[in-house]
Design a protein around this ligand. Sequence first.
Ligand code: ARG
Length: 458
Amino acid sequence: MKLWGGRFQEDIDALVLQYTSSISFDARLAPYDVAGSIAHARMLAECGIISAAEGRQIIEGLESLASEIAAGDVTFRLDDEDIHMNIERLLTERIGPVAGKLHTGRSRNDQVALDMHLFARDAANDILDAVKELQGALFAKAEQNLDVIVPGFTHLQRAQPILFAHHLLAYVWMLDRDKARLVHLLQQIDRMPLGAGALAGTTFPIDRQMVASELAFSRLYENSLDAVSDRDYILELLFTTATIMTHLSRLSEELVLWSSEEFGWVELADRYATGSSMMPQKKNPDVPELIRGKSGRVIGHLMGLFTVVKGLPLAYNKDLQEDKEGAFDAVDTVIPALKLMAGTISTMEVRRQRLATAFARDFSNATDLADYLVRKGIPFREAHAIVGELVQLAISKGTNLTGLSLDTLQAKSSVIEEDVFTVLDPQVVVEARQSRGGTASSAVKLQLALAREACGIE
Ligand code: ARG
């Protein structure tokens, strides 16, 4: 007999049961469901809606059920549809009909809303920890490699040399915005929905504030329809995880490039790489590739839930059950991605010797030659054209700007003197960019200090 079976004369069709049931995925809400029920029962007793003895019986029953569930000693039944009815049934089996008093003044609609708030709060805190871990790994790698210069790109074409540390720190700042998004998300989650009933509130003299305090919420939903219909916080959880995955995906793409022989910037640790079943020489960056790949599903879950919610009338509709799998999967995808990325970054080796030769034949100092001409009084536009011609000339001679003789340079512009060669060295090029937020080592050291402070890095 269904818990709601009173008005039905026919048993539910097997396929309908399977289609509408959520126990296969909402079982993971069990600890939250029990915690919410304990707070609710305590409040019912406190308000005299059930007796103190009934309250105690229900709470003790729920507590021992929680340990059974945690120990894996309980099997949930498809027949009971979802986690809420499974737990009510299991409680009834243990303490008898008094269990039936637990659902007084409550509906599964506000119950599931509460469970999802509790889940989302834990998830946001776990993600926050994992983001901090990755920030720490990037920060440490930057600090250890302050003297390493790499080509910086635009359009994936060599642009200007930069410090490798500068490049890594860009991700530390991105992740810091992700942390701010998580903190904002936690504020949005911090509203307690229980007491909304099915949609309109309840006829019992409940104390919602008490339940909120018990479960560490600082605010209540002030509208019962909003309380059971709101999925904004799940959308925000998905947006935040999708943004983090997008950041990780960009970093993954860079790691795939950097670890290729064509770039040769880093070598991934053996334990963070995989081999090929056919080609004995291969060492593949599977972890970054999968992180890049899995970003798609998280972005998909965000779009999926937007589409579920956008046309729904108030208040609860069963469509809302579709909020769960995507949210769970997003959380289960982003946390290992963050941890694995932290491990990949902290164990990879920077190929310093290889990078030392990276500028032997490039033109990433061309802007600096133009800036040099500007300092000698030539308008920037004209300087740009002169250097462009010198680049063309060097390419035709199979060399770079420093490979051209002083005579050749002076033939294009008489203001060029012997000192030109000192400004074209990649090290000098990097050190010249001392503007706040620039790549000179003085600016990057300031940035490290600011990042340490802003991001709370130990
Ligand atoms: N399993 C449902 C969900 O996840 C719980 C709420 C069901 N409420 C109802 N009236 N059918 O949304």
